[in-house]
Write a protein that binds this ligand. Sequence first.
Ligand SMILES: *[C@@H]1O[C@H](CO)[C@@H](O)[C@H](O)[C@H]1NC(C)=O
Ligand SMILES: *[C@@H]1O[C@H](CO)[C@@H](O)[C@H](O)[C@H]1NC(C)=O
Length: 189
Amino acid sequence: MALPLSLLTVLVVFSCGPSGALGCDLPQNHILLSRDNLMLLRQMQRISTLSCLKDKKDFRFPQAMVNSSQVQEAQAISVLHGMLQHISDLLLTEHASAAWNTTLLNQLYMGLYQQLEDLEPCLLQEMGEGGTALASQGPTLAVRKYFQCLFLYLKEKQYSDCAWEVVRVEIMRSFSSIITLQERLSNMD
Ligand SMILES: *[C@@H]1O[C@H](CO)[C@@H](O)[C@H](O)[C@H]1NC(C)=O
Ligand SMILES: *[C@@H]1O[C@H](CO)[C@@H](O)[C@H](O)[C@H]1NC(C)=O
């Protein structure tokens, strides 16, 4: 995902400034928001997962990379932001509005938007610490590839109900990892 120009400008300014202490505070309710999002995703289910077994596919979620205790704070924030952004991108499409209850979808989208907003200062701070390259590295890249697979899969399946059901389950799995990352980040403070 390309960064908007305004963000890049800010990054350049920040990276020239004094580097503050590493460590950035995520809002207290960050994990709570993720749990809400997970619940919304659960409520969104429209057809049985079992009826879609034929469409099931292993997208190889990079679990080990995302969940590794080796992932440092800056990397964890980069991965977290990437996952939230990719999920928003998946859900902010006409195809998604056609597939899901729009009331629930809008609530989910607002939760995601809030989380991304809250994360922005952390991301800028970490990138100012010389982490600009993180976006193209290991776990962040693995996550981007994973979500690209989901996009392609939906397209191939012509956004069928079963394809969306399979993707819904994948997004729920992502949120479990998002919560793990958030818990790890709040323990780092
Ligand atoms: C992820 O890591 C946490 C703690 O490091 C652990 O409790 C959890 O079981 C792990 N989850 C997976 C799916 O590996
Ligand atoms: C969408 O979900 C909301 C909340 O669960 C519910 O009240 C509403 O009836 C649903 N709309 C449709 C069209 O199913």
